[in-house]
Ligand binder design. Sequence first.
Ligand SMILES: [Cu+2]
Length: 117
Amino acid sequence: MFRRTTSLLTLVLPALALTAGTLAGLSSQALAAEYVVTMKDAAYSPAAITATLGDTVRFVNDDGETHNVFVPTLGHALDLGKQEAGAEKTLVLRTPGQFEVECVHHLSMTMTITVKP
Ligand SMILES: [Cu+2]
């Protein structure tokens, strides 16, 4: 009988710890904002956003052609790859500062993202 109780506790305690961790994760996510940037007619809209560290930017290709999210700015460089018509890609802002976003398919297609600490 004693043995059975011990093994039950061994199972229950890690499960409780896992639940607490998940709830903490959810509450910090709930505070983060999500910005939506549409890609249409060779332009990002809006062309500039100011967000806070941990926020998310969702890029929505609302167009008939392929676009892209490419960041050449030192310290922020990234490439989300080819984004087909109708596709969405998400970027979590993990580094404070300001950077340029460019579309490798359209040279005039640029935007600025400012990330406050
Ligand atoms: Cu483009």
